[in-house]
Design a binder for this molecule. Structure first.
Ligand code: NAD
Length: 333
């Protein structure tokens, strides 16, 4: 079976996903949801999408009656994910939602609950969970190649451009660099160590309060503690370029991914030498794998469901609280 997907939000990442899906064997782009008729016409032409599979933000609840669409992929600004995912769930379709799944853990849990109540599955666009170099490090760690894990470092950042974009508007982004790029270090600290953090501390700095208004974090350093005693030290920023590095250190070895989460090619090495793994288009592999998860119940090596996203959002909530109060915030193990 092939997963028939409609994309909601025909922006820059939606376009990247659509292009990558051309090479999919198990997933196919068959529909769009957009507020811009001119874009819809371009996409119809480019991807051969029939008019009956085109919706706008007013009428997409009717997707309920469309038997040619299995799932909707929500690729709109962060703060719009919550309502969109719940509406799609109520229309009885599986949902794939971009990261961050929501702007806080409470919203995230509501989305998980709504999908459960509607009997549909909710997946999140965690493309690194299918990336071969990443999976090779995880395999080696599980095998004990690094010994007991003691330390993880995650560096996630870039210099953001256009000050008028939605990413710098808290009403649409829900936060700054942490929501956008810092989440990669949070998520990465969990899949690289294989543990869930039990405490966080965080420190925020802001050099440009005009560009980064209240509610938009420019730079946050944060630390995580894990049940084994391992610790993580991470940086999330909109004010430094080329920060995309993961370093995992154990008592008997290490792994470095550099770049760790960019669109590729991902590269890395361990104490044993260069990592050898296939170079893939992340979104192609992600959509083929998600088709098998949604249609055949396949279990991914690292979860990509809504509950996985709520874990990241819970940590983000705790990091913001720790940065605000200067206090360590404890999390449930
Ligand atoms: P974008 O601005 O390029 O696209 C957003 C789209 O949403 C646009 O087409 C816009 O028209 C549409 N939209 C609908 N309602 C809107 C509204 N009320 N206000 C503004 N825009 C509205 O942004 P993007 O880079 O494509 O990001 C979209 C989502 O994808 C974000 O959640 C982002 O975090 C995520 N993303 C994920 C990755 C990844 O690697 N997984 C990469 C980039 C972006």
């Amino acid at each position: 079976p092939v997963l028939r997907v409609a994309i909601m939000g025909l922006g820059s990442y939606g376009t990247r996903v659509a292009e990558a899906m051309r090479a999919c064997t198990r997933a196919r782009l068959v529909g769009v949801i957009s507020g811009t008729p001119t874009k819809v016409r371009v996409w119809q032409e480019r991807y051969g999408i029939p008019a009956k599979n085109c919706y706008d933000y007013g009428n997409y609840d009717q997707i309920k009656n469309n038997r040619d669409i299995d799932a909707v992929y929500v690729i709109t600004p962060n703060a719009l994910h919550h309502d969109a995912v719940i509406r799609v769930a109520k229309a009885g379709k599986h949902v794939i939602c971009e990261k961050p799944m929501a702007v806080n853990a409470r919203q995230g849990q509501e989305m998980v609950d709504a999908c459960k109540a509607a009997g549909v599955q909710l997946l999140v666009g965690y493309r690194m969970h299918f990336e071969p170099h990443t999976l090779e490090v995880i395999r080696m760690r599980k095998e004990g190649a690094f010994g007991p894990i003691r330390f993880f470092q995650g560096l996630s950042g870039f210099i953001i451009g256009d000050p008028t974009q939605w990413r710098l508007n808290p009403a649409l982004s829900g936060g700054g660099a942490m929501m956008d790029i810092g989440i990669y270090s949070i998520n990465g600290s969990r899949y690289m160590t294989g543990e869930e953090p039990v405490w966080v501390t965080a420190q925020e700095t802001k050099t440009d309060p005009v560009k980064f208004i209240k509610g938009i974090d420019e730079t946050i350093q944060f630390q995580l503690g894990f049940p084994s005693g391992a610790v993580a030290s991470c940086l999330s920023t909109y004010n430094a370029n080329n920060l995309d590095r993961f370093f995992l250190d154990g008592a008997q070895g290490f792994a470095e991914l550099l770049p760790a989460t960019g669109y590729g090619p991902i590269q890395g090495r361990t104490h044993l030498g260069e990592l050898q793994a296939p170079i893939v288009t992340h979104q192609t592999v992600q959509m083929d794998e998600m088709a098998q998860i949604l249609l055949e119940g396949k279990q991914p090596v690292v979860p990509v469901d809504g509950r996985e996203a709520v874990k990241d959002l819970t940590i983000i909530d705790a990091i913001y609280k720790a940065a605000r109060t200067g206090q360590r915030v404890d999390l449930q193990a």
